[in-house]
Write a protein that binds this ligand. Sequence first.
Ligand code: ADP
Ligand code: MG
Length: 585
Amino acid sequence: MSETAPPPEAPVKAPISRLWVYARHHWRLLLIGGILSFAGGLTGLIQPLIAMDVIDTLSSDESLARPLMLLAAVVLVGGALSAFGPYLMQIAGQDVVLTVRKHLIGRLVRLEVSEVDRLKPGDLVSRLSSDTNLLRTVASTTVIGGVTDGFMIIGGIALMAWLDLVLFGTTMAMVVMVTVMMLVIMPRIQNATVDSQKALGDMSSLLERIFSSFRTVKASSAEAHEIARLEGAATVARDRGVTASLWEGLAGVAAWLPINVAFLMVLGVGGARVADGTMDVSTLVGFLLLLFYLMGPVNGLVASLSQLQTGLAAVQRVEDVAVLDAEKPAEATLVPTGSGPARVTFEDVTFRYAEDLPYVHHGVTFTSAGRGLTAFVGPSGAGKTTVFSLIERFYPITGGSVTVDGREVREWPLTELRGMIGYVEQDAPVLDGTLRENLVMAAPDARDEDIETVLKQARLTELVGKLPDGLESAIGYRGTTLSGGERQRVAIARALLRKPRLLLLDEATSQLDATNEAALKQVMLDAAEQTNVLVVAHRLSTVTSADQIVVMDAGKVRAVGTHEELVEIDELYRDLATSQLLAAE
Ligand code: ADP
Ligand code: MG
């Protein structure tokens, strides 16, 4: 259905115990709600006994008022308890969902980059929103409702045994029948639910993919094709949902039918015994009323068991992604961070993105130290962007050594390492939000003066002046759309706000207009006076101003030097510099 690999279906050992891990923080509310609901349920069990009392009173000369008022009081209190108890449990259920979502959010955002490469964002969204919601009922009313119903059933059965053993035996045969059928049906509900939720995840993934390349879909006139794929996923979800409903329905019938058969049999057997005088009418009526009242709890228990299967399916899907590798949280910092431009070295670095993928770096070596501009050039796919990913430690290297300030990046505490680097991605993403939010996301305590400074450095002051609300203008998805060059400069300003000791700039491949291009070059050169700037360069103007150029090809460094040196000694560089691969000014 989709090109990306599905998340590994890591076996979740016991979903029910995982559910408890989330639910246990809310046990107080669950318990209080449960006790109230249980008490409400008990009043339902007392009602037949009082009704028997009413019938007995009929044949005596006592007044009916007392037992009737008692019955009314029991009904009222029972009603109140049965409303309030479940309400408390619903609150607890929402709290459990919140706990699960917080856990999942924390895990998802901290995932290893390599895990995210393999995942489908839409599917993750679906797990976070839809599957967690399926959990809610299970974490609240289901378990306690089921327990309450179970107790009521046990209580009812005990009362039956106490009232009359013969009728009790008749009923028990049916109880055994119900149990056997449930054992067959329940696992099927869980499987059908997992399948159905999976289809929903696929649908979200497809949708996410379409909207992330909406222009391409339009330009390829691929709407009909994409609609068919989405509808396909929606239809699969529907079919599997229907299958789950079918089994749920069967579970209902499997409970309902035996109870009604029991009702008939009790009526027949009991009626005969009343006729030959071996049993009181009130006992028979009491027994029948008990059976009648038990229908509620039995149906409730069956529904609870069905919901439990749905919930366990959801827990399983949540846990599948909650167990994926997250980056280690910030380790305690022991080393004082240095100051000034950071020094980067690669020594014979080998790297591949995954064990089943070919090597991308076959022994990359270079050093970049001190203030200045180091440019990386080479054909697309040479491994330039990967160099930056390895400096940021988005992935672990397989061999060699990558150091920053003489220390292996794998030994740096992540927050310290990334804290000293300003990184501008190739697409220079601008997130949905205001310009200010976009700037301060990497430096939350930046002061207004700092923001002003980086805006000036990134040649953005004029642009901000033209925006409707200045710094508070919305940019990104729903706001003012910035041009490629402006986006890149916003991203640079964001990176500069951290006062980076190392600036990594992945130049956009797309053409920029002359004004933007000149501005960008100036911004880069300014930055290189302050700090160590590494740039993946696609423009001749960038490379010619570099202090050092690293020429990469097919995962190797071919040559290092200045423009003048490289034109002399490196054929590939000469080709690049003269061809459109490095666009001239
Ligand atoms: P460049 O920036 O020089 O164009 P990259 O460093 O982006 O090259 O990519 C080098 C190689 O690694 C390419 O063959 C690319 O397909 C592959 N690659 C890049 N990113 C990933 C990834 N996340 N997962 C797997 N392969 C990747
Ligand atoms: Mg690249």
